[in-house]
Design a protein around this ligand. Structure first.
Ligand code: CO
Ligand code: CO
Length: 347
């Protein structure tokens, strides 16, 4: 490519904590005055779910979510694709079907060529098209640091909403993309990746969770979320707390992108990943002698990660097989038990 966003000069503010935001802002945003309870608000601010859900009729509800961030890859077209795939994902995680989107643009129009912005928008537009989502508008402001994202609306039958709050003991946990994205993109900013590695992590982030979401609808799913800014253990903790269950993670089964540990050892662990670890360390038990790098990797802040699905154990193998047959990089990475509820045990 001839132009890029020169993200090496930009700071990253950490990833998406879904409906609310990064962990350090979450408390402020959650302390909003309590609005009058509305029976149509099926999923609101009181849970750590991916998107809000508002019932319109007995068989139709809106799913609404928004996400935006600073560039995480150099290629502006790819950045647009990543931003769109990431923003849409929260609708999939709730069991919804995305239908419309609005662009959110902050851009230094006097210092960065407008062709770069056009590429970002083209990338997002192509990803929306792939997802079957109609762009209905957007808003832009002049800003020193480029930021891009989307507000996405979907629909769902209220009976089919998937939240973090109904995982059941005995469920298996399926993850549909490998982790290590935060460490890889941090390494990308430091010029530590090969072209092949850049392509690999970019492809992963631009992959929609559409196939995974559509496939899981045919199985008994009890809970689902997507793995994004809080990392695998952070989002698993939302299921543990929300469903009042213990989550067990088999660390050997968790797929991690190649060379992530080497890059982490070389100093590429993002601050957001370390914050994630600090945020949940009190509710996680690791095997004795677990390397600190491995703890961080399990907490690594992800952009546009996979779905984390709690599926009835009788359906787990069949769902896994269908996901893999359709080309999804899915793995069974753990299970749900009734034990130390609200807690995560890494094995
Ligand atoms: Co989100
Ligand atoms: Co999410």
């Amino acid at each position: 490519m001839t132009t890029n966003i020169q993200l090496t000069s930009l700071s990253s503010k950490g990833g998406c904590g879904c409906k609310i935001g990064p962990a350090d802002l979450e408390n402020v945003l959650r302390s909003l005055p309590q609005a009058t309870p509305n029976p149509n608000l099926l999923v609101g601010l009181d849970t750590s779910d991916d998107a809000g859900v508002y019932k319109l009729t007995d068989d139709l509800a809106l799913v609404q979510t928004v996400d935006f961030f600073t560039p995480i890859v150099n290629d502006p077209y790819a950045f647009g694709q990543v931003a769109a795939a990431n923003a849409i994902s929260d609708v999939y995680a709730m069991g919804g079907t995305p239908i419309t989107a609005l662009n959110i643009v902050a851009y230094p129009i006097s210092t960065l060529d407008e062709s770069i912005l056009a590429e970002i928008l083209r990338g997002a537009g192509d990803k929306l098209e792939e997802a079957g989502v109609s762009l209905v508008g957007g808003h832009s402001i002049d800003d020193q640091e480029p930021k891009f994202g989307l507000a996405v609306t979907g629909t769902v039958n209220p009976e089919n909403v998937l939240t973090n709050t109904s995982a059941k003991p005995g469920d298996k946990l399926i993850l549909t993309k490998p982790i290590g994205v935060g460490i890889m993109t941090s390494s990308l900013k430091k010029d530590m990746l090969t072209d092949e590695e850049i392509d690999r992590v970019t492809d992963l982030m631009t992959t929609l969770n559409k196939t995974a979401a559509e496939t899981m609808k045919d199985y008994r799913i009890h809970a689902s979320t997507d793995v994004t800014g809080f990392g695998l253990l952070g989002h698993a903790s939302e299921i543990a707390a929300g469903s009042n269950v213990e989550v067990r993670i088999d660390s050997e089964s968790v797929p991690v992108l190649p060379r992530v540990k080497e890059l982490a050892a070389a100093g590429s662990v993002p601050g957001g990943t370390k914050n994630n670890y600090d945020h949940i360390r009190d509710i996680v038990t690791f095997p004795a002698n677990t390397d600190q790098l491995d703890k961080w990797i399990l907490c690594d802040a992800v952009t546009s990660g996979g779905l984390l699905i709690a599926v009835d154990s009788n359906d787990a193998d069949a769902l896994l097989a269908e996901l893999q047959q359709k080309g999804t990089e899915a793995s069974i990475i753990g299970s749900v038990t009734d034990g130390n509820n609200g807690h995560i045990t890494v094995e």
